[in-house]
Design a protein around this ligand. Structure first.
Ligand code: MEZ
Length: 566
């Protein structure tokens, strides 16, 4: 056998091992095949292999379809290696194969599907199953609409699945329990200041005002957000995170997946929306979807919600909108290719701040892995190649990235000790991936990283003194929760990489997409990174998840109301 299908055919019950009807795949999500895989091989829990250092069946992606990696009639691939470079074995593997999410779409087939007319009708179609999409879908469903959520990837989660930090919110019981005094106005001011005052203040007010309700809503869907920390540009601790120290994104997405199933949202994987269809009055009437097995078809819908994320992994768009970022590494999911922006543009949607792209200061060097701002928030210091601090670790991302790019070698080290290692669980994940340098002494750490031992020791000595007095005389860092005194000591090498595209489709306060004259395009809504206006020129850490939850919910509710109105 030279592929998985022939192997199974030879060994098992012929084509029926995988297919209900030989020669056919019943659904684009490949649910039937996946149920068959699990009925023979067991579920993810059963497949975990404690002997493996990196276990693909125990990943942050959660319990995804087996067919995301294991392919029947084509070569399999280790999906993890779209971002990582693991030495993992998979039967019938084509290691070089890459997904081409930014491939050109077949315009002729799109036009044929429109000419044929809708094959199915629903109230609301939601495009993109990340946090914004799930929140919109659940909200629309709760409002009584029939909802179809389409996702081009073989599993849901989008960029949100990779979010490490957390969700900013003000006025929550969590802040109260931690004795944090905060105000909606402070959240608004911090966000506007961080965004260089280019944000749409009305959208920012909604973000802040509805953030606490957003945390409550996530909790109602099964997410724990009881931990609090401070992100860059925030004056108080307002980033809410899972209490067990796990990364926020995977935790939120796994809960949203379950909630969407519970509420009866129909999720179609391997289903890429490629065209928004409008009538002569420029109202949305549907979407053309390209299903992996079902091909091109048109869905009619009264409302469509774009939750496709940004364009942080579309190399052409990055090079066009920000030539100085051309070729820069990206923390983004390979599916973040700006589909929603391009589809909306085609039907005359207006764009806000489309050329504003955020570089996150701390992406692991030689990897696409984001070293979360949480690590600095919890207490790490940031030093240059010689071992000197050069900026407050809590500076906003644009300033921190600029400062790193001015250092020798254009990189930095995050340095911390065992106290932080024990406190921030995600750090153990970086360790597991072999990203940390570890030594029992500061001198040993300097030797391992090539820093100047005396300089590093004096930097750490000074910082410990500032931490003790609460006064960072060098860079005015406001919050210094930990000193660096307890071995072993750790360092991780970081440099800026593309993280968030702030610009996107213009929306109003109801999450309606605006046309070039700033009138709403009837029936079209958008939320999350596909939109512009919420974050201005620079997004604060913790505001992306807040955006997806608050505006995802608003978009879903309004899309449902529009679809259900008589
Ligand atoms: O909001 C974010 O992008 C965030 C908090 C990222 C991070 O550094 O963890």
């Amino acid at each position: 056998a030279n592929d998985l299908a022939s192997f199974h055919k030879d060994k098992g019950d012929g084509c029926k091992t995988c297919h209900q009807t030989p020669g056919k795949v019943a659904d684009d999500s490949e649910n039937y095949i996946n149920t068959q895989c699990k009925s023979c091989h067991g579920d993810y829990a059963a497949l975990k292999n404690p002997k493996l250092k990196i276990d693909p069946h125990d990943s942050h992606l959660g319990d995804i379809n087996c067919t995301s990696c294991h392919k029947g009639h084509e070569q399999s691939k280790v999906y993890c290696n779209e971002c990582h470079s693991f030495d993992l074995k998979i039967p019938f593997n084509d290691a070089k194969k890459k997904e081409a999410w930014d491939a050109k779409w077949d315009q002729q087939k799109i036009q044929q599907a429109i000419a044929k007319g809708p094959v199915e009708s629903t109230d609301v179609v939601i495009i993109g199953a990340g946090s914004a999409g799930y929140n919109a879908a659940i909200a629309a469903k709760q409002a009584g609409a029939k909802v179809i959520l389409v996702e081009k990837a073989p599993f849901s989660g989008g960029n949100s699945m990779l979010a490490a930090g957390g969700m900013n919110a003000v006025g929550t019981p969590q802040q109260k329990a931690h004795h944090v005094e905060d105000k909606v106005e402070w959240f608004v001011e911090d966000t506007m200041k961080g965004g260089r005052y280019a944000n749409d203040p009305k959208l920012v007010e909604i973000l802040a005002e509805q953030s606490a309700a957003g945390v409550k809503w996530l909790e109602s869907l099964g997410v724990n957000m009881d931990d609090l920390k401070r992100s860059g540009g925030a004056r108080v601790d307002r980033t809410h995170r899972p209490a067990d120290g796990r990364s926020a994104g995977p935790t939120i997405i796994q809960a949203l997946r379950k909630a969407a199933d519970k509420y009866g949202v129909e999720t179609r994987l391997n289903s890429r929306a490629e065209k928004l269809v409008v009538n002569d009055d420029h109202q949305i009437v549907g979407v053309v979807v390209h299903g992996k097995h079902s091909g091109y078809y048109m869905l009619s819908a009264k409302s469509v919600v774009l939750t496709t994320g940004g364009y942080g992994y579309n190399k052409e768009m990055i090079a066009y909108y920000r030539p100085t970022f051309k070729g820069m590494t990206s923390s983004n999911n390979i599916t973040a290719t700006g589909d929603g922006i391009n589809m909306a543009k085609e039907i005359g949607a207006s764009m806000t701040d489309i050329d504003w792209i955020q570089a996150h200061p701390t992406i692991g060097v030689d990897s696409r892995i984001l070293i979360s701002e949480t690590v600095r928030g919890v207490g790490a210091i940031m030093v240059n190649a010689k071992g000197q601090r050069f900026i407050s670790e809590l500076a906003t991302r644009d300033r921190a990235s600029d400062a790193i790019l001015k250092q020798p070698g254009k990189f930095a080290w995050l340095v911390f000790d065992n106290q932080l290692y024990k406190k921030a669980k995600m750090v153990r994940g970086y360790d597991h991936l072999g990203m940390l340098k570890t030594a029992d002494t500061i001198d040993g750490l300097a030797k391992l990283t090539g820093m100047d031992s005396k300089l590093l020791a004096s930097t750490i000595g000074d910082y410990n003194q500032y931490q003790k007095t609460g006064d960072d005389k060098a860079f005015h860092r406001q919050d210094m929760p930990l000193n660096v005194t307890q071995p072993p000591y750790y360092a991780v090498k970081v440099a800026p990489g593309i993280h968030h595209t702030m610009g996107g489709v213009a929306i109003d306060t109801k999450a309606e997409v605006l046309d070039l004259q700033s009138w709403p395009i009837k029936g079209l809504y958008a939320a999350g990174e596909v939109t512009g206006g919420v974050h201005g020129y620079n997004r604060l850490g913790g505001n992306a998840i807040a955006d997806t939850v608050v505006f995802g919910k608003i978009a879903g509710e309004n899309a449902a109301a529009n679809a259900l109105k008589k």
